[in-house]
Design a protein around this ligand. Structure first.
Ligand SMILES: [Zn+2]
Ligand SMILES: [Zn+2]
Length: 228
C-alpha cells in the first residue's frame, strides 16, 4: 500500500507547529510514506492588509514552507503535495487541488463568507474536507457543520478523542459523505499516533489524489508511532 499524510503543519508558517518542513519530511520518508500534503493554516484575512505588496508578502511567506518541502522531497524521494487549512472560528477545512498560482491570483475568496468560499473553491476544482468537525475546545464557541459544502469529512483525526471521531463518523455516514483520515501532525516524528489515506497504486499528484478519492480508491489507515 502507498501511504499519504493528508493533514500536517510545519514551522514557521504554522506558528503552532513544532517542526520544520525538512524535519517533518525526513520523518515521513523514514516511515515509508509515498507522499505528504502540507496543510498549513492559511492566513485567512490576509486581504485586510492595506497594500497589495503586504498581501503578496503574506502569501509568499505562507507558501515558503511548501516550497522548502517540495525541494526537500525531491532530494529524498518523497512526494510533496499542496493543501491549505482555512478556518472560521475553529471550524476548519482542508482544501486540496489548487496551486500556489491559483491562490495568488484569486484573492477575492478571502473576503467571502465561509459557505460562499467553499462553493467558490469547489467551482474552481478544489476537493474540500471538513477537518475534525466535532472538535471541542475552549476557544471554539460552537460547532458548525457544512454538510452541503464539502466533499468529505475527516472522521479519523489522530489528535482528536475517540468520541469526537465517532461523532464525525456518524455525521459522515448519515449525510453519505466520504470518510477521510489525517494526523493533523504539528510535531513530526514526535506525533504518537498517525492517520492518513492509502492506495494500492502510487498517487501522481493532487489531481490524481482527488480522482482517486472520487473513485473510492483510497482507504483510511492509522498507525502507532510510540516507541516502546
Ligand atoms: Zn495548528
Ligand atoms: Zn490542522
Amino acid at each position: 500500500m502507498y501511504k499519504y499524510e493528508t493533514h500536517m503543519h510545519t514551522f514557521p508558517v504554522s506558528g503552532c507547529a513544532k517542526v520544520s518542513a525538512e524535519e517533518a519530511l525526513d520523518f515521513y520518508a523514514k516511515a515509508g510514506y509515498d507522499g505528504v500534503f502540507l496543510t498549513n493554516h492559511f492566513p485567512d484575512g490576509f486581504s485586510n492588509n492595506e497594500s497589495v505588496e503586504e498581501q503578496t508578502k503574506a502569501l509568499e511567506f505562507y507558501f515558503s514552507d511548501y516550497e522548502k518541502a517540495k525541494a526537500k522531497g525531491k532530494e529524498i524521494g518523497l512526494k510533496v503535495f499542496l493543501g491549505i487549512e482555512t478556518s472560521l472560528g475553529g471550524t476548519d477545512f482542508l482544501v486540496y487541488g489548487l496551486s500556489k498560482e491559483w491562490f495568488m491570483s484569486h484573492r477575492e475568496f478571502d473576503r467571502m463568507k465561509m459557505s460562499e468560499k467553499l462553493l467558490f473553491l469547489r467551482e474552481n476544482g478544489a476537493y474540500i474536507v471538513q477537518a475534525h468537525p466535532f472538535r471541542e475546545a475552549g476557544y471554539i464557541d460552537h460547532l458548525r457543520l457544512f454538510p452541503r459544502h464539502v466533499d468529505a469529512v475527516e472522521v479519523i483525526n489522530a489528535c482528536r478523542t475517540d468520541f469526537e471521531n465517532q461523532m464525525a463518523q456518524i455525521y459522515a455516514e448519515n449525510y453519505a459523505l466520504p470518510c477521510f483520515a489525517g494526523s493533523d501532525n504539528h510535531t513530526g516524528k514526535e506525533r504518537p499516533t498517525l492517520a492518513g489515506m492509502c492506495a494500492k497504486r502510487p498517487i501522481a499528484d493532487e489531481a490524481d489524489f482527488i480522482r482517486a478519492m472520487r473513485a473510492g480508491e483510497l482507504e483510511m489507515f492509522t498507525a502507532d508511532n510510540r516507541k516502546e
